[in-house]
Design a protein around this ligand. Sequence first.
Ligand code: DC
Length: 230
Amino acid sequence: MRKITIAIDGYSSTGKSTIAKQLAKALGYIYVDTGAMYRAVTLFAMRSEFIGTESSNIEALVKLLPKINLKFVYNETVGFAEMYLNNENVEKEIRTLEVSRNVSQIATIEEVRYKLVEMQKKMGQEKGIVMDGRDIGTVVFPEAELKLFMTASAEKRATRRYKELLDKGDDVTFEEVLKNVEQRDYIDSHREFSPLKLADDAIEFDNSDMGLEEQFERILGYAQRVINKL
Ligand code: DC
């Protein structure tokens, strides 16, 4: 059976990775979380004190970009590929609110985007991929056969993210999480290079009031229709 490319974009915490993982599993496709790549570069920048301190040094980060090695390594126990930064598993460290606070700024940097988009395009050369992010349907795979744009109200999204962070034992307040979600939405959709926007041919999918099962069935249905038409 011929394989397609599935691009999933949308605001933060709309459940893009949940649906992307489910689809990849059901179709036997590769799943790539591009947010993890931006988060890993952010972690590198924070550790090098190029960002997150009082002043930021984007020039120094750009100079060191060739030295940042990113790779995904599949972990059978958890059932998805984890992010490695210079051969260190950083899957946990990249999900903190600290990294979330800085990542949108790192994602505005043209050179960072160029490096990561080139890597993402290579990963999708063979199709059979579900990739989630902010610019997948518009920049990385403008020719993707199925494009989804996920939305939900900021409150619903912050509630989901807040629960996740609490479950992980992070000490955060709902207000902090909501503020972060709103700030990231703003920066992600107003930046100069590859802002988050709805591709002309994307399906807009609002899951504010939808359970995971219904969402999965509907979206799998879209994918199967596209695949059957090939
Ligand atoms: O999906 P996420 O919340 O883990 O993404 C983290 C940040 O990375 C998000 O605020 C914007 C940025 N990002 C991006 O600019 N382009 C992508 N393709 C993926 C993420």
